[in-house]
Structure formats: structure tokens, C-alpha cells
Design a protein around this ligand. Structure first.
Ligand code: ATP
Ligand code: MG
Length: 241
């Protein structure tokens, strides 16, 4: 899994723009980075407080200036010893009815945190790169999800450059035996947007990666994907909603 948080923020914001109520949960409880992507490193109430049973999940929902609703994780090292991640399922239950779609930003690898996220999800999307080590990790995730009985909706291939040394889309699909639902190109607009702490679909709406995130969101929400060309003013100044 790679580039998960980038995918989560941009998919989430695109779904909101398509009319869905979305909450993103940072379930990366030991090395969280969702709030860093969004530029708010400190939140008074976090998922850690919810998992400890100190507050209700609804009290840890924040609305970012981009319109994203998030439940952040704590960046404090003191909070990392006992995370209570096994209670993630009850957090999800408390959020029922609050959103049409809850996106869980999972931890890397297949440690306790990642497994908890795979276990509680209704379905998972595996994000990978077109390189053998990344796809091998993705395969493990797919297998674990199958063991847990969590359906894999599909694979997102991120940082695709179409170079000779990369794995081909066909090979990735063949190895993972799941549908490739999105191919996000390598795009300088993404690190730039992270530096600005604004998801790329808002920061550079006309970038090639933004278009692909919107297409992925339309596929997930079941809406038709129509990109209007826009006049020169909209093309220059972007997404003016
Ligand atoms: N399509 C892309 N083109 C160029 N750079 C990208 C692209 N997608 C992501 N990146 C870069 O990759 C880096 C890692 O992305 P991200 O933080 O989303 O990964 P992650 O899987 O959430 O990592 P972690 O496992 O640490 O949580 C970021 O610095 C981002 O700028
Ligand atoms: Mg991340």
C-alpha cells in the first residue's frame, strides 16, 4: 500500500463535491499523517481519546476548510503506547448514519492497526505502485482481506509513469486478480499540494491526477463522470464551487 493518505483525502473531497456525506478516519494510530496532509497537526480531541472511551466518536469529527470531515489521530508519542485500536469497530458503529461513506486511512504494512482497518471495513481499496515490491505487499493485503471476509473493491495504481521498467497494468491485475479501478499518474501537482496542505483536487483541480481522483470518486459513488471543459476563466482559476 502506498500513497494511501493522498488517495484518501482526494477521493474524500471529490466524493463530497459529488454530493456525498463523507467522514475520513485516520486509523494510522502510531504514525498518523492525515492531519499533516491537511495542515492541522494539533486537534484537541482525537481518535485516541475515542478509542480510550473518553469521548464519543461524534465529538472528534472536525471539518477542514476544504470541506472534508475528519477524525484525526493524535501525534503525541504518549498516546501511542496503548491505542485501543481493537475498539475501532465500535467507533464505526457510532458513526452510522452520520455519513454516506466513511473512509478509513489505514497504516502501512500488515501490523495490528492495518489489520483492524481491514477487519472493520465493509470493503477495501488497495493502493499500490507499478513496482514488484509494492504489488507483492498489495497481494498480501488482498489475501488477508480475503481471510477476514472483507471484499476488495479494487486496486488503485498510483504514481503511474508508463515507463518500461514499471510493471504493466495487465501484470498488476494478473498478480492481484482484482479489478484495477484507477490509475493515478505521477504528478508534481501532488507534492506541491501537500506542501500547501490542501488536497490536489482543490489546489490544482485541472491537474491530471485531480481528474483521475474525480473519475474514481464518480465510480465509487455511482455517479456519471462528466468533465465539463469550462471556459478559460475556470480553467485558469480552477474549481470554483
Ligand atoms: N501521483 C503522485 N505523484 C507524485 N507524488 C505522489 C503521488 N501520490 C503521492 N505522492 C507523494 O508520495 C508521498 C507519500 O504519499 P502518502 O503520504 O499519501 O503515502 P501513505 O501511503 O499515506 O504513507 P504512510 O504509509 O506513511 O501513511 C507524498 O509525499 C506525496 O507527495
Ligand atoms: Mg498515510
Amino acid at each position: 500500500m502506498a500513497e494511501k493518505t493522498t488517495t484518501v483525502t482526494n477521493l474524500g473531497l471529490s466524493l463530497i463535491k459529488q454530493g456525498k456525506r463523507v467522514i475520513i478516519v485516520d486509523a494510522n494510530v502510531t504514525t498518523p499523517n492525515l492531519s499533516l496532509h491537511l495542515g492541522i497537526p494539533f486537534y484537541p480531541v482525537t481518535l485516541h481519546d475515542v478509542l480510550r472511551g473518553d469521548v464519543d466518536a461524534t465529538e472528534a469529527i472536525y471539518e477542514h476548510e476544504s470541506g472534508l470531515k475528519i477524525i484525526p489521530a493524535s501525534l503525541k508519542t504518549d498516546d501511542m503506547a496503548e491505542t485501543g485500536i481493537e475498539k475501532l469497530y465500535s467507533v464505526m458503529l457510532n458513526l452510522l448514519g452520520r455519513a454516506d461513506i466513511i473512509i478509513i486511512d489505514a497504516a502501512a504494512g500488515l501490523g495490528k492497526e492495518a489489520l483492524a482497518a481491514i477487519n472493520v471495513a465493509d470493503e477495501i481499496i488497495v493502493v499500490t505502485n507499478p513496482e514488484l515490491p509494492a504489488v507483492t505487499d498489495a497481494l498480501k493485503t488482498v489475501k488477508i482481506a480475503e481471510q477476514f471476509g472483507t471484499p476488495v473493491r479494487g486496486i488503485v495504481i498510483n504514481r503511474y509513469r508508463g515507463l518500461k521498467h514499471e510493471m504493466s497494468i495487465e501484470n498488476v491485475q494478473h498478480m492481484l486478480e482484482k479489478p484495477i479501478i484507477s490509475i493515478i499518474p505521477e504528478d508534481i501537482a501532488i507534492p506541491r499540494s501537500i506542501a500547501c496542505k490542501i488536497p490536489v483536487v482543490k489546489n490544482s483541480p485541472s491537474s491530471k491526477s485531480s481528474k483521475e481522483f474525480r473519475r474514481l470518486a464518480a465510480q465509487i459513488s455511482g455517479s456519471e463522470f462528466v468533465e465539463k471543459e469550462g471556459n478559460w476563466f475556470e480553467r485558469v482559476f480552477g474549481w470554483m464551487v
